[in-house]
Design a binder for this molecule. Structure first.
Ligand SMILES: Nc1ncnc2c1ncn2[C@@H]1O[C@H](COP(=O)(O)OP(=O)(O)OP(=O)(O)O)[C@@H](O)[C@H]1O
Ligand SMILES: [Mg+2]
Length: 238
């Protein structure tokens, strides 16, 4: 079966001053539909860059990115935006909430832009409740703790039940209780909706919530491990 996400020899560089600094050096990744995949690796190895490329937020230097059979690298900005709106929910490492909107309106805007219009206010309430945000609906992002902002960004990404969820360190700012709650929620979405999840994390416990883990170093995938085997595989590797 064709994977829902496929990258072929994906390369990316950022221009810094007059030099192009390579960040991804040939990433080949297949994610079958319905998989929950974790991406790990040291700071600066290119994890967020890879996720941005998968979400159509950047264009690569070379290589291909297939999302559900469509090659994003062959599309223009609006074509990539269309694919993202239809198929992808994105949890940004830096949240990217709209500062002038309160929590409820941040979610409602996502429903309006990306949704098919069929979701009721109950859907917003249900998500807010699930993420422990019911008391915060009228707060603006600046009036929320960092962990609360992170949970709003997760709520916004999942509200339309996207087929693919790309989550950049979704538990990075959460305490252990909230981390467990979010990971359990992602596992449930994966199991009940068959949602494909790609999650970046620095945390081995979080990674073991996924079914498979890849490790990146210096712009390349250096290790692929079934998460169930993560503990034993990692002995001697770290
Ligand atoms: N817009 C940019 N312009 C220039 N260099 C950039 C830009 N964005 C990222 N980089 C560089 O690309 C490299 C990879 O960045 P990226 O954000 O993908 O890393 P990461 O693996 O997500 O790190 P972290 O775990 O700290 O979030 C880093 O060295 C970073 O400095
Ligand atoms: Mg990052």
């Amino acid at each position: 079966m064709t994977p829902i996400i496929r990258t072929v020899d994906l390369r990316m560089a950022y221009r810094v001053g007059s030099a192009d600094v390579p960040v991804l050096r040939g990433v080949n990744l297949d994610v079958p539909g319905g998989e929950f995949l974790a991406i790990m690796g040291p700071s600066g190895c290119g994890k967020s860059t890879l996720l941005h490329l998968l979400g159509g937020l950047l264009q690569p230097l070379s290589g291909n990115i297939f999302i559900d059979g469509t090659d994003l690298t062959k599309l223009n900005d609006s074509g990539r935006t269309e694919v993202r709106r239809k198929k992808i929910g994105y949890v940004f490492q830096k949240f990217n909430l709209l500062p002038t909107l309160n929590v409820r309106d941040n979610l409602n805007l996502a429903k309006k832009i990306h949704g098919n219009g069929s979701y009721s206010p109950e859907r917003t309430n249900e998500i807010l409740d699930m993420l422990g945000l019911s008391e915060k609906t009228n707060h603006h992002p600046s009036e929320l703790s960092v962990g609360e902002q992170q949970r709003v960004s997760i709520a916004r990404a999942i509200i339309n039940k996207p087929r693919i969820l790309l989550a950049d360190e979704p538990t990075g700012s959460l305490d252990s209780g909230n981390s467990r709650m979010v990971l359990k929620m992602l596992q449930d979405l994966n199991a009940t909706l068959g949602q494909t999840i790609v999650m970046i994390t620095h945390d081995y416990d979080a990674a073991s919530a996924a079914a498979r883990m890849i490790e990146m170093r210096d712009g390349r995938i250096v290790l692929r491990v079934e998460a169930a085997a993560l503990d034993s595989k990692y002995e001697g590797f770290l």
